[in-house]
Ligand binder design. Structure first.
Ligand code: ZN
Ligand code: ZN
Length: 273
């Protein structure tokens, strides 16, 4: 399995995942045309996608979903709450499938599980995407770390998680106080320190790669997010975990590999024949 962030942050979020003979998007928060351009620059025909999973109705995650679905004939998968809150019209999209929190939908041999997260949206979810023996945890907007998410992510070989804000920059920054309170609240976003707690205590043994995503341009700095994550991994003694910071324009392809012991065993068996 491999994945590639196509957009990250308030300008629009989307992640392309390939595995199990399938290609899916997690979120479509870029405009339809921009989404197609970024897919094409990754060497992927937009019409070749099997599904678009939408985490919640906020524009930076759902903006391009209905247009992209209609233009390229790609079905959507989302919670009924997100479908209603996004104001989608079933007659204007080729197909959509409901996926409730805790449920799994399988696309060819790629399994996508929705995990409930605390965020100020109708029915927001994170995703765990699995193909064969490997899995990717993908959580962008959430106000705090719930036990359900931590348990779901513990078995993941790679994790993408938001590292949204630095509290001091947010407090001193230009946002109106009501918005600051929303971001800081239990249904808002994760601070660099919150994300650090997940990296320090919540990563399973299998995890080899962490992507920090959805950084606020106004209330965070890439160096602060990276430093908090590096220190958390250091405290946990996890020097083997690779860290990638997702730029607003996304990342290169990131492979998701099984832990070395499992890979070694597989190759050994192959060499015997
Ligand atoms: Zn949101
Ligand atoms: Zn967002």
């Amino acid at each position: 399995m491999r994945f590639r962030v196509l957009g990250s942050g308030s300008g629009g979020n989307a992640t392309l995942v390939e595995g199990g003979g399938a290609r899916v998007l997690l979120d479509a928060g870029l405009g339809c045309r921009q989404l197609a351009e970024r897919l094409e620059s990754a060497g992927v025909d937009p019409a070749s996608l099997d599904a678009v999973f939408v985490s919640h109705e906020h524009g930076d995650h759902a903006r391009g979903a209905p247009g992209f679905s209609a233009r390229w004939g790609v079905p959507l998968a989302l919670t009924p709450g997100t479908f209603r809150a996004a104001g989608l019209d079933g007659a204007k999209i080729p197909a959509w499938e409901a996926i409730g929190p805790g449920e799994t939908r399988t696309v060819r041999r790629l399994a996508v599980r929705a995990v409930a997260v605390p965020h100020d949206a109708a029915c927001p979810v994170a995703f765990v995407v699995s193909a064969g023996a490997v899995s990717l945890g993908h959580a962008t907007d959430l106000g705090h770390l719930g036990r359900g998410l931590v348990e779901a992510f513990r078995g993941c070989d790679a994790v993408l998680v938001e590292s949204n804000y630095d509290p001091a920059m947010l407090r001193d920054g230009p946002y109106p106080w009501a918005l600051k309170e929303r971001i800081l609240g239990p249904l808002g976003h994760l601070s660099n320190a919150d994300t650090g707690r997940l990296l320090e205590r919540g990563l399973g043994e299998a995890c080899r790669h962490v992507v920090l995503a959805h950084l606020s341009r106004k209330n965070n700095h890439p160096d602060l997010a990276l430093q908090a994550a590096e220190e958390a991994l250091e405290r946990a003694g996890r020097r083997g975990v690779e860290l990638t910071l997702a730029a607003p324009e996304g990342t290169a392809w990131i492979p998701v590999r099984a832990p070395r012991a499992a890979v070694g065993r597989g190759h050994g068996q192959l060499r015997l024949f």
